[in-house]
Design a protein. Structure first.
Length: 95
């Protein structure tokens, strides 16, 4: 049986301002959910923010979606993800 995850109970509504959070599917919409969950993350909130994602997704899924997203995830957050997962550094934007 599929586990039901309520995105609106894990993440703030303002991160998903343009969608109905109750209609999000954790598998079909992971390309939206993962980057949005980290888009407003800072070094101070990162551990809490990424921990919420890890309740739903694997490390490889989180990393893959962040590398492929068109959302404006900061390079600082990408570096924190790489450090947490002990993987090669990656960046969304070049300097």
């Amino acid at each position: 049986m599929k586990t039901v995850v309520h995105i609106n109970k894990l993440f703030p509504k303002h991160l998903f301002w343009d969608v109905d959070m109750s209609s999000l599917d954790i598998e079909k919409d992971r390309d939206l959910i993962i980057p949005r969950a980290l888009i407003a993350s800072t070094p101070l909130t990162f551990t809490d923010d990424i921990s919420k994602l890890e309740q739903i997704y694997s490390k490889s899924t989180i990393t893959r979606e962040l590398k492929e997203t068109k959302e404006r995830i900061s390079n600082q957050i990408c570096l924190l993800v790489a450090r947490r997962y002990h993987i090669k550094k990656f960046a969304r934007f070049s300097k």
